[in-house]
Write a protein that binds this ligand. Sequence first.
Ligand code: PHE
Length: 533
Amino acid sequence: MTDSDWRPGLRRRDFLSAVGVAGGAGTLLATMGALGLAPAARADSPFRPPRRSDFSLSGRGTAKVVILGGEIAGLASAYELGKAGYDCTVLEARDRVGGRNFTARGGTVQTDVRGDRQTARFSDDVYMNTGPGRIAQWMVTLDYCRELGVPIEVFTNTNANAFIYNEAAGMREPVRYRTAKADVYGYVSELLAKATDRRALDGELTKADKERLLDFLRDWGALGGKAGNRRYSGTPRRGHAIDPGAGDQAGVPLGPVPSLAKTFADGAGRYFSFEFDYDQAMLMFQPVGGMDRIPLALARAIGGDRIRLGHVVIRITDGPDDVTVVYRDSRGEQRRITADFCIAALPPHVLARIPHNLGADVQNALRAWQVDTAAKIGLEYRSRWWETDHRIYGGITETDLDIGHLWYPSYGFHGSRGLLLNYFYDEDARKYGDLTPGERVRRAVAQGVKIHGENHRTGLTNSFSVAWHLIPHIEGAWAIPPIGTPAYRLLNKPAGRLYFSGDWLSHLTGWQAGSFESARLVVSHLHQRVLAH
Ligand code: PHE
């Protein structure tokens, strides 16, 4: 597995691609159908929010709903049900709404499960999205931004001016994406052109096909040489040591061009496929001013009086006529709330620790999700040297270092300060999680210096880090659904009067869109049930 293949639920995707290779598309579709993944198996009716008029027409009353968790799924449930006048109460254990949608600003305080307390000291215009940070255009999250009036701006997910740095592969210095692309595409094109010219593809291609292919390769790979002997030997696409300018300044192309063998030995193309992914492809978007604009707008629409912060659920009891939730309130007092229905929008591993009477099957199912972690380290600098010195305006440098992916800010261009962000998963996240916040920063900076030089160390003013497995009441970055199993099917159904919701019950694990979609599904089912009784 290369790093670029990484994504939540990878194992399942790997399995499906393996089936596709061995059995062809027909087998793949049949397998997907059996797993409940084929398009036909999806109940894909467009979402229709509950309305007040649904009740005035039917003469029935709304219901009282207690919602556990003020993360996106819980807030979206309360928001949608609220449109029809449901009486919703959201119990949130943390002192803020949003859950993993957590934006750190100057003054933000976070204590982790080990008791390490950090206060972000960022300057006024600097913020750090410690959880979600990018939204694809097709995702429902953007519809909520539109509906709630949350302004959005472009998030630069790929930037040809950002770097690739594969230390373990033996790269001695970082290479710009544009350079790596020119070389990798150039050599791949050269090889394919050679194979075509040497008639290796005659079984696959007609003469006309071959000509069209060669035309494409010449253009895509910037191949030179004569027909029959096309070669890649560099291109201005790689970039310049001295940029073109006025008068006699033609520019000096970047050199020398590495050999084909070196290009592949460096793993220069290691991360290219990332930007082809449906959920990661440009353009992507972010809310202006921080990702938490989304939960804050939801909370405003729901009404602050309906959301109880610092309320920790300690027992759930489902009954024939109602459901009762015992909780500890923000003053430490034990209380209970009884409602017609409950939506449990907590992570499965957190829910599994809460005593309930939903049965052993539910309890076992809650344990069937694999909980992965991720971490982010935000480094604020006194100047935006990546813009002035490296001409990098947003985007991501991809490394094989343990700091993983290095995000340049897609906001505040040309401002006085700015924030670089390191983002990495699983083992690396646990490794950094084991360090104190100060040690994390020192280690991350030492790695970053390999890419940017001393800039990466000298102008550093503030930092903040989150290792998601250590954040109280969340304790993970995402939980990977066992799609196609009885456990997944079970928790996608209500347990008595309780419904489960979250990205962990969707095919969009680790995306806010998964939480929104799950909330919509649960709200639709709950509303139909209320209208039917
Ligand atoms: N949505 C998260 C991100 O964009 C987690 C994720 C990563 C999900 C990669 C899918 C693929 O980083």
